[in-house]
Ligand binder design. Structure first.
Ligand code: HEC
Length: 178
């Protein structure tokens, strides 16, 4: 019986495979992101529909947003994008990203208030997941915890940018102008 349990644990560990990094790994990959360079120039406003789609807000977050919007009728939510060193040149120039490239998009209620969550894209080695061109998508909560979110939503949007290395980069050109 004991042997069976051990065998089961080994199989489970093998089954997890390289496709799914441990939770700690995903958090540690972004632990110091606040020190990374920002790809956005300041906080960028985003449209309300997109804001809710990129990751559905929880009821509490929606309430915070509604409360904020009551006082700021023209606010639709804001974002900032941070890039690690590996991601910097590719994101700025629109070229392919090397493994280890990591992007963090902060979603906020106001320009500098009400952080809602962080959506993360992390590029893995070739063979990690051909369907996403080896990009991993996940959400990190306000408290730096991994959120239990399916990545199918993320992939459905970002795959439309597959010819552009899966990133939108909508904010890059406005950054250059400043
Ligand atoms: C409705 C379409 C949509 C969905 C769904 C979506 N995104 Fe995005 N994402 C965008 C757009 C558009 C941008 C460009 C910035 C902006 O305008 O908000 C973006 C930007 C990003 C960026 C910055 C890199 C870039 O592409 O420029 C990251 C990181 C990111 N998204 C992660 C995620 C993750 C993780 C998920 C799933 C939890 C997700 N996104 C779901 C549309 C989407």
């Amino acid at each position: 019986m004991k042997l069976l349990l051990i065998a089961g644990a080994v199989i489970a560990a093998l089954g997890a495979g390289s496709n799914h990094m441990s939770k700690d790994d995903r958090i540690s990959a972004v632990a110091g992101y606040k020190q990374w360079e920002q790809a956005t120039k300041g906080a960028v406003r985003m449209g309300p529909r997109l804001w809710t789609l990129c990751r559905h807000p929880t009821p509490a977050e929606q309430k915070a947003l509604d409360d904020f919007n009551k006082n700021n009728p023209h606010s639709n939510g804001y974002f900032r994008v941070y890039m690690n060193d590996l991601a910097r040149a590719p994101l700025m120039s629109g070229s392919p990203f090397p493994p280890g490239s990591t992007l963090v998009k902060e979603k906020m209620v106001g320009p500098d208030t009400g952080l809602i969550a962080r959506t993360v894209m992390r590029k893995h080695e070739k063979g990690w997941n051909a369907k996403t061109d080896n990009w991993e998508f996940y959400v990190v909560t306000k408290d730096m915890q991994l959120e239990d979110t399916k990545d199918s939503n993320c992939i459905s949007c970002h795959s439309s940018k597959s010819k552009m290395n899966w990133v939108y980069r909508t904010y890059v050109s406005s950054r250059a102008k400043h």
